[in-house]
Ligand binder design. Sequence first.
Ligand code: A2P
Length: 293
Amino acid sequence: MIDEPVRLNDGYQMPRLGLGVWQARTGLETERAVSAALQAGYRLIDTAAAYGNERSVGRAVAQSAVPRSELFITTKLWNADQGYSRTLRACRKSLQRLNLSYIDLYLIHWPLPHAGRYQETWRALEQLKREGLVRSIGVSNFTIEQMNNLLMHSEVQPAVNQVEVNPQFQQIPLREFCYSHSIVVESWSPLGAGTLLTNPTILEIAAKHEREPAQVIIRWHLQNNLVTIPKSTHPERIAKNYAVIDFALDSDDMAKISLLDSGARIGANPMKLATTLPTWLVQLAHRFRLVHW
Ligand code: A2P
């Protein structure tokens, strides 16, 4: 059921639709977006140390009347903090910035294949889970091969792999692999960073259902069993993006959207992304929108 949370392989429940705050500016912009989302009914908020807006997420959460137990807060370990002891320290800093006593889902943000540290980093995530500082642990932007490496050599299996998925870049082999190993796939840039909102097929289906293009794409993600985190900083869009329970795409709509898969990424390629800018610098770069990952 689309309006019910998904059960992760560690037993925790995760909402299927959340708010992403990638590229939401530090300060009031993020704070207002998260507050608007919580008011609209969202319970999943997705941030990252790199985005520089964990403090703003924390402030909105603290001001909200929603009990902590109902919220599901995800953040991600920045590249420069990979490695066992750095990861343990970085997670504590994220907790401080978020003003939380635990994180619901902690992800390794990028695999950094050339650095070869993600296995050691994973050991630290397992330790953080044992300590109760994080509930679920997972990865982001991992390939099938990297997932296999973790599965073969780890005590705890990743609960989630958050990757770029949208109608233009559907990642079917990776999704099938994850589902066959009980790993939830969470789609980032689900609207193609906004670029798919004017796609003629999406517009046609939106007109047919008298819905917004964003709502059509969000339904496509949910009906494909994906957890998804569309980003918006406009309260009215945030509310509309969440109002997708009372209509459904039919098999004809789903088939038409499946034909949009061109295999072309819109976001960064995880096999190439190798940056290890210090956390403070990447946060500054995000503040001025100088980076797009
Ligand atoms: P904004 O934040 O100004 O509302 P993605 O989640 O794929 O990265 O897409 C995010 C982009 O899509 C942002 O530019 C966001 O703009 C835009 N967006 C999100 N929801 C909507 C909507 N309902 N209508 C129009 N644009 C939207």
